[in-house]
Design a protein around this ligand. Structure first.
Ligand code: NAD
Length: 423
């Protein structure tokens, strides 16, 4: 069995026929996963004529795992992702009650997949609420392991919440809790290490793919030590580790203070014209507004966990919604990566042959790109674009297209396969 390895220099070593573990997923997973696999098989075959192929290995998680093994997330599944390094998954039901808060969170934590990468691009033909959706070309690097999202919280009315309140008021001298007796409490850990490994991944990605900027998105104006820390550590890392390759808005500020605005503007222009990567920052609320008004100002985005959650979904909605938004959870240090449909199990349409497979399919395209199989990845993008331009899509997208033809999941899959065969 061919495994993906990591070289001593940290580069992925991908065999020609790698084993890729996959989780089918609950609900619509049973429809989107086989559709995605058949299209991925077709593009890989088209691009490499049999010299490369994927050896799929099913691993269980979610309802299917629970039915078969009594565990929502069997150890064998974790072991397979650890061992084979790169995998893909359909959506999973969040178990209600019981020990597991979320299977997705458990997978991310177990493999320390610290980046949630969500690329956002517009496909010609897809309806968008923006005037110029073609200007959207963004890559959200969301920190995946820290922040208020880490799930460290205590329920109101419990002895634990009372102890936290006691500690805060007596030992830490906190006086700002408005309704102390009826408060629940959460903790927001944000570290220099966690922030810098995320920002490093974003900068390296931007340099590799020749993107013009990395924007640190935060609420450091209010949460000075956590979100403000993220911004400061991000700038610090950029200037220390990428000196000569980047120009930061911190540098701009320093020049402005020392030499005035004219000189600072000139330095910024000089940096841009010499191809340096611009590192800037923006407050999260302004960012959300700006993405609608001036999408061309943003390219690679680095942000904390909770901000990233909101931002990813807003950006997805700007170019067609969750049915078409791909995503991946990656540890760039170990090479572990899990590509996934970003939507849920869609129980309202499960089994009806209506679901849009594009979120998982485009995640599959991201996976191919990650493996270095760009030619096959590119075929998925060009095929989807040509279908959308002709108005062919599943109902969620086709209903908003002026020339839309609504196709079922299997009809859409067959159209994709037909076009790939014609290329
Ligand atoms: P959902 O994403 O499953 O559905 C929201 C709405 O969007 C529904 O109307 C659904 O029909 C529609 N939709 C979603 N994906 C679609 C697609 N590909 N094509 C067409 N329409 C699509 O969110 P939900 O209903 O809040 O969650 C259902 C379950 O999924 C819950 O158990 C939730 O915890 C879980 N969930 C899992 C993930 C994941 O595994 N990554 C993500 C979100 C929610």
């Amino acid at each position: 069995m061919d495994k993906i390895l990591l070289s001593k220099t940290g580069k992925l070593q991908v065999p020609e026929h790698p084993v890729i573990p996959f989780i089918e997923g609950d609900g619509v997973g049973a429809e989107i996963t086989p559709a995605t696999q058949s299209i991925m098989h077709a593009v890989v075959h088209k691009a490499y004529k049999g010299a490369r192929s994927i050896a799929w290995k099913e691993v269980l998680a979610g309802e299917k795992a629970f039915r078969t093994t009594g565990s929502w997330l069997p150890d064998d599944t974790m072991q397979a992702f650890r061992e084979y390094r790169v995998g893909i998954k359909g959506p999973l039901t969040t178990p209600v009650g019981g020990g597991i808060r979320s299977l997705n969170v458990a997978l991310r934590q177990e493999l320390d997949l610290f980046v949630c990468l969500r690329p956002v691009r517009w496909f010609r033909g897809v309806a968008s609420p923006l005037k110029e959706p073609s200007l959207v070309d963004m890559y959200v690097f969301r920190e995946n392991t820290e922040d208020i999202y880490a799930g460290i919280e205590w329920e109101q009315g419990t002895p634990q919440a009372a102890r936290v309140l006691d500690f805060l008021t007596r030992e830490m001298g906190v006086t700002k809790i408005r309704f102390p007796e009826t408060s629940a409490f959460g903790v927001k850990p944000v570290s220099r290490q966690g922030s810098q490994r995320l920002v490093r991944a974003a900068i390296e990605y931007a340099l590799l793919k020749k993107h013009p900027s990395v924007t640190l998105v935060h609420k450091g104006n209010i949460m000075k030590f956590t979100e403000g820390g993220f911004k400061n550590w991000g700038y610090e890392l950029a200037e220390e580790a990428f000196s000569g390759q980047v120009f930061t808005m911190n540098q701009y500020q320093r020049i402005k203070e020392q030499k005035g605005k004219v000189q600072a503007d000139a330095a910024l222009e000089e940096a841009k014209s010499s191809g340096l990567l611009l590192i800037q920052d923006v407050i999260a609320d302004a960012f959300l507004q700006n993405t609608l008004l001036r999408p061309r100002d943003y390219s690679v985005i680095a942000t904390l966990n909770l901000n990233g959650d909101y931002i990813s979904d807003q950006l997805a909605a700007m170019v067609g919604g969750i049915g078409i938004a791909p995503g991946a959870n990656i540890n760039y240090l170990s090479g572990h990566a899990l590509f996934e449909a970003t939507h849920g199990t869609a129980p309202d349409i499960a089994g009806k042959n209506q679901v849009n497979p594009c979120s998982l399919l485009l995640s599959g395209a991201m996976m191919l790109e990650y493996l270095g199989w760009s030619e096959a990845s590119h075929l998925i993008h060009t095929t989807l674009e040509s279908l959308f331009e002709d108005g062919y899509a599943t109902h969620d997208l086709a209903r908003f297209m002026p020339n839309g033809t609504s196709l079922s999941t299997t009809e859409f899959r067959d159209k994709v396969l037909e076009r790939v065969a014609m290329l």
